[in-house]
Every structure is written in structure tokens, then in C-alpha cells.
Design a protein around this ligand. Structure first.
Ligand SMILES: *[C@@H]1O[C@H](CO)[C@@H](O)[C@H](O)[C@H]1NC(C)=O
Ligand SMILES: *[C@@H]1O[C@H](CO)[C@@H](O)[C@H](O)[C@H]1NC(C)=O
Length: 417
């Protein structure tokens, strides 16, 4: 899991006495008082830090980084609601997961508004996710059975989006990404009653699809991304791709219409937008490790389903690259946020060298002595930024005596006089 990602951190102490280091968890604490003198290895200097992903096989509770890695699949339908429960989620966390996938199947509301009761339950599930310190890859649709193609007609679908908007807005922080969904079986925009079935898509159908998408963009807070099923469907920024047949055939079962064009397009787009999905067919040699690792890297995947497709996942285990699959670019959902925040958004970081300039000062009343200098990389969402469970950790820097706080230990300094 040793990714060649170097984060040289330029730490400038005493450069600016307006912000205190303060308590690692409570930040920033402004002080007007003059600063202490600092000595030791960190007050001023440049540090090369090698970013290392937490090793998923040896993770303790909550050690996985947020918004990345394999997800655990869950589903619920309005005809038979299956509430998320915090014990289940905590057991996923114990196994090192930070993401679940969640289908919300609105099967009883194809022709009517969503009931208040269900809206409440959707909101409660988001609260449960926050309690467990997890995030969700969310997809809503009306059917996950190929024989039931019914989906809501345009006006009804737009009403549903209106109803959901305040809930999605309130809980944006725990939503890793929203998959466009809604249209067709599995929300995959293919087998559909109302929007152009099996790829036969009229001009009017395209217009309706566009309307659904722009309404969805309005419904989802700007900090969150939306993913579509194939490159063809994707026209607007903030839209990522989910490939649910990764490596399944030469075209990943029709994900690509023209690989020569679509693949480079995705390589470029996924530098800035989330990419994820699942495998759906054992297809050696294409589904074997060498191609899997190459494409996961080139397409900047951030998550995959841990439960599907078993044949492909087993082949990866026997080819012992399973652990390597958590290799991802270091962009995650977090906005860089420290005391005296630099405003750097880690989601924009690709593998390579990056610099951060941080200045810290210590308030006059701070006790003298040796201090750990810790780097905290919290979530950018206002409701999550104080929850340590969402902090990004660098495996080799995390203070193992204090793992639950998920802080990265950069060095030490002495406070004198
Ligand atoms: C992850 O941890 C396991 C168990 O200790 C170890 O066998 C494996 O080599 C580690 N993987 C990496 C990439 O460090
Ligand atoms: C359905 O919900 C929409 C959006 O909230 C609302 O404007 C409309 O009046 C509702 N329709 C019914 C029949 O309740």
C-alpha cells in the first residue's frame, strides 16, 4: 500500500502570531497574546511525508479513510423498509469499511408522492450513518427487477426530487456521491418504461432525461458529486461515472461505445470527479489483476463493491492483489481544514508532490515543554469537520497510541519561555 505520493509539508512557525495551535480538536483558537519561542525539529522547516494508505487487512476500528475503498452493499424498498441500524454499520467499520452502497427503491410510489413516513425514514438512515461514522454511495430508483420496468413519469419524478431536496441538503456530508438513478431498472437508465427503453431513445426522451438530470443537480448540494452510468450520459461538470460492469467484456458490457474515445475521456475526467462501481462478470484475462490494477489507477477509482462479482473478487484474492485495490488517488471528500486553514481542497490532489504551508503559534499561557505536532485532515462538511472518525489518516504517521483521534504525527517541538 505504499503509494508514491509525497506530501512535503512546509511548516512555518512564528511567521504569523494570529492563530494558535491550540487543542488539536478545537480549532482555530485565536490568541492576541505574543507567541512563545519554539525550538525542536518542527518550528520552521520542510518535511517530506510519504502518503501511505491504511492497510485494509490490518485496520482497527474506523481506521479506513473516508469515502474510499470497497463498499458494503445495502438496499431498502418502500414496500418493505429495512432501516439501517448502527450496530450493523459499526461492525462494517470494525472490518475497515467507511462506505456503504444504498439502494432506496421507491417501488410503492411510482404514481404518487413519497409519504411523510418514508421521507422521515430516509432522514433517519442518514443520522444513523453519521452516528456510525460512515458515508453512503446513494442510488434511488423504482425497481431492481429486470421484469419490472416501471419508473415514475417525468412530473411525478420531479415531485419526488422536490420532496427529497431538503433531506439531501441537510445530510450532504454523509453522502459520498449520488448515482443518478431514478430512471429505469436499477436506476441504470436502460430498461425503462418512460425514458426510452433499451437504448432506443427519442429526442423527447433525451429532453426528459436532461430535465431529470438538471433537477437532480439542483437537488444535490454543490459540495457533492453525481455519477451517471456511462460516459455517453455524462455531459456536465460535477457528474462522475459509476461503472457497474468493470472489466466484464472488451467494452465493459456496453459502458464504452468507443473505447478509443471514451477511455481517454474518462481518464481525464476522473482526475476531478468521483469514479467507482462494481465488477459483474469473470472475464479473464481482462478481469485479472494486471488489467484491474492498471485501470483502477488510470481511471482514479475511489470505491468498489466488496460483494460483487464473486468470481472476479476471488480471482483477485488468489492473484494476491486484493489489498492493492485500495490504491487510489489521494483526493477524498475532505477540504483541507486546519487551524488557520489553508483552503487547500485535498480532492484536487493527484498522485505526486504537493506542498502545504501551515503556520502555527502557541499561546503565551500554554505550558512549557515538548509538544507533538499533529496534522489533522478533517472532512470539509460543516457537520462532520469536528468528528474525528472522518479524518484522513496517513498510515505510517497515525499515532497508534491514540488511533481513535486519527491525527497524523509530523514531529515534535519544544515550547520555551
Ligand atoms: C497488510 O497487512 C497484512 C497483514 O499484516 C500483510 O500481510 C500485508 O503484507 C500488508 N500489505 C501491505 C501492502 O503492506
Ligand atoms: C407532491 O409533491 C410536490 C412537491 O413537494 C407538491 O408540489 C405536490 O403538491 C404534491 N402532490 C400531492 C398530490 O400531494
Amino acid at each position: 500500500m505504499n503509494r508514491a505520493i509525497f506530501l512535503p509539508l512546509l511548516l512555518l512557525a512564528l511567521a504569523d502570531c494570529s492563530v494558535s495551535l491550540g487543542n488539536d480538536n478545537v480549532c482555530p483558537r485565536k490568541v492576541a497574546a505574543p507567541c512563545h519561542q519554539l525550538t525542536g525539529n518542527t518550528p520552521v522547516g520542510c518535511y517530506d511525508i510519504t502518503y501511505t494508505e491504511p492497510n485494509m487487512t490490518v485496520l482497527g476500528a474506523g481506521r479506513g479513510n473516508p469515502e474510499r475503498g470497497f463498499y458494503t452493499y445495502t438496499e431498502t424498498s418502500t414496500s418493505n423498509w429495512n432501516t439501517l441500524n448502527v450496530e450493523d454499520l459499526q461492525s462494517f467499520v470494525q472490518q475497515g469499511y467507511t462506505l456503504i452502497f444504498r439502494y432506496v427503491i421507491l417501488d410503492t410510489f411510482v404514481n404518487s408522492n413519497i409519504s411523510d413516513d418514508i421521507l422521515l425514514k430516509i432522514g433517519e438512515d442518514f443520522d444513523t450513518l453519521r452516528e456510525a461514522g460512515m458515508k453512503v454511495v446513494l442510488r434511488l430508483c423504482y425497481s431492481i427487477s429486470e421484469s419490472i420496468k416501471s419508473d415514475a413519469k417525468l412530473n411525478q419524478l420531479l415531485s419526488h426530487l422536490n420532496q427529497l431536496t431538503p433531506i439531501l441538503d441537510e445530510h450532504a456530508g454523509v453522502i459520498a456521491v449520488v448515482q443518478a438513478g431514478f430512471i429505469g431498472v436499477w436506476g441504470e437508465w436502460y430498461y425503462t418504461e418512460n425514458y426510452g427503453d433499451e437504448g432506443v431513445i427519442s429526442q423527447a426522451n433525451w429532453m426528459d432525461r436532461g430535465t431529470v438530470l438538471s433537477q437532480l443537480m439542483n437537488a444535490i448540494p454543490a459540495s457533492r458529486h453525481i455519477q451517471l452510468r456511462t460516459p455517453k450520459y455524462k455531459k456536465v461538470a460535477r457528474l462522475g461515472i459509476h461503472n457497474d460492469c468493470f472489466l466484464a467484456s472488451d467494452t465493459d458490457y456496453g459502458t464504452y461505445e468507443n473505447i478509443a474515445v471514451d477511455y481517454p475521456f474518462l481518464q481525464e475526467e476522473t482526475k476531478y470527479l468521483p469514479m467507482g462501481g462494481e465488477t459483474c462478470n469473470y472475464n479473464p484475462p481482462r478481469s485479472d489483476c494486471p488489467t484491474a490494477l492498471k485501470e483502477l489507477r488510470e481511471l482514479h477509482f475511489t470505491y468498489l463493491n466488496n460483494g460483487y462479482h464473486e468470481g472476479v473478487l476471488n480471482s483477485w484474492k488468489t492473484q494476491s492483489c486484493y489489498n492493492e485495490l485500495v490504491l487510489h488517488h489521494p483526493t477524498s471528500g475532505a477540504t483541507y481544514y486546519t487551524c488557520g486553514s489553508t483552503g487547500v481542497d485535498l480532492r484536487t490532489w493527484l498522485p505526486g508532490t504537493h506542498s502545504l504551508q501551515l503556520s502555527m503559534t502557541v499561546p503565551k499561557k500554554a505550558p512549557r515543554g515538548r509538544y507533538q505536532v499533529l496534522l489533522r485532515l478533517p472532512d470539509g462538511d460543516s457537520r462532520l469537520k469536528d468528528l474525528d472518525v472522518y479524518n484522513i489518516v496517513i498510515e505510517n504517521l497515525v499515532d497508534s497510541n491514540n488511533a481513535a483521534r486519527r491525527l497524523n504525527l509530523i514531529g515534535y517541538t519544544e515550547v520555551e519561555n
